[in-house]
Design a protein around this ligand. Sequence first.
Ligand SMILES: Cc1cc2nc3c(=O)[nH]c(=O)nc-3n(C[C@H](O)[C@H](O)[C@H](O)COP(=O)(O)OP(=O)(O)OC[C@H]3O[C@@H](n4cnc5c(N)ncnc54)[C@H](O)[C@@H]3O)c2cc1C
Ligand code: SF4
Length: 324
Amino acid sequence: MLPQFSYVRPDTLQDTVKHLNEKNAAIHAGGTDLIGCLRDGIMQVDKMVSLSALSDLHGIRETADGGLIIGALTTITEVAENPLVNQKYPGLSKGASEVASPQLRNQGTIGGNLCQKPRCWYYRGEFHCRRKGGDTCYALDGEHQFHAIFGHDFICIITHPSDTAPPLAALSAKLKISGPENSRTVPVEKFFVLPMENPRAETVLQPGEVITHVVLPAPAKNLRSSYRKVRARRSWDFALAGLALALEIKDDTVTNSRVYLSGAAPVPWRSRPVEDVITGRKLDDATIQKAARAVVEDATPILGNTYKMDLFKGVVEEELQAMR
Ligand SMILES: Cc1cc2nc3c(=O)[nH]c(=O)nc-3n(C[C@H](O)[C@H](O)[C@H](O)COP(=O)(O)OP(=O)(O)OC[C@H]3O[C@@H](n4cnc5c(N)ncnc54)[C@H](O)[C@@H]3O)c2cc1C
Ligand code: SF4
């Protein structure tokens, strides 16, 4: 059953932030994750603050330098289908089109997609695990076949759930954030928090803060981007393994690369070993094989998810071949 809460729909950002600064206030965007979290009892909310009246937070437009600015309330469908996104950042289009189901993409927003709570079944269930303030990670000795193989430090082994965050991080996107004290801009790659830093937080957002926009820099002339997701069910499912590539390729040589994994770690996971192998090289068979081996070289799988090692190798191999 849903707990009781009040609901407000402010029409200025200033009022929104004021409401959000109250104890146990939460942002309501599309509600597709939030309502489930309330039903599962993983959040306590006394006041729901809707963003829907903030017209500046809707839509996608081009910036003066040829980049894009996406309002946080823009639906995932709009991101997936927008011609400018598709033309400039196909990796982001693909990531958005891989989110959940058409109904959820129509209702869910890009801001909500970045801030959704993790999907660990112990966390969503009745277990008072470390992410809820307890002292045990039940997944470590329990069911963890979908959990992380990087970056967990055996503290909390969730995988970050968003399919738009890895391509956004690969594309060097930034988030505009407004809060009670001031506004700030945070690169997507610095937005998410590892369990070692704080096992109870997923993002650097502070109480009262709201993401207003996602800003993408103008794509470099030779930029090519992609996103690949492997999942158990075709209908809708979270990533078992995924790969976001943003490569600059000149004369068949990779001159610059940003490589992020999904379904891998508690945050979108940057694969420096793959970047180191491919940058400055042509994507020939030997380089691709080396990159496929490198992607798992720092992995720390747990008994039930060692199969992900081969999945990541395969995804890297296939996606780099497709980039040639
Ligand atoms: C069955 C199912 C399958 C799914 N599968 C996938 C999948 O495969 N891939 C994937 O990426 N996602 C998946 N999702 C998650 C889905 O994409 C999210 O529910 C959705 O993106 C959240 O968007 P929303 O606008 O509905 O957010 P809400 O539910 O309104 O909010 C989600 C969270 O973000 C916070 N929030 C929302 N907007 C902002 C903002 N602008 N600033 C700060 N905080 C904010 C809210 O307070 C809340 O905590 C799935 C969800 C479901 C229910
Ligand atoms: S993986 Fe994280 S969320 Fe899941 S049980 Fe362990 S501490 Fe809790």
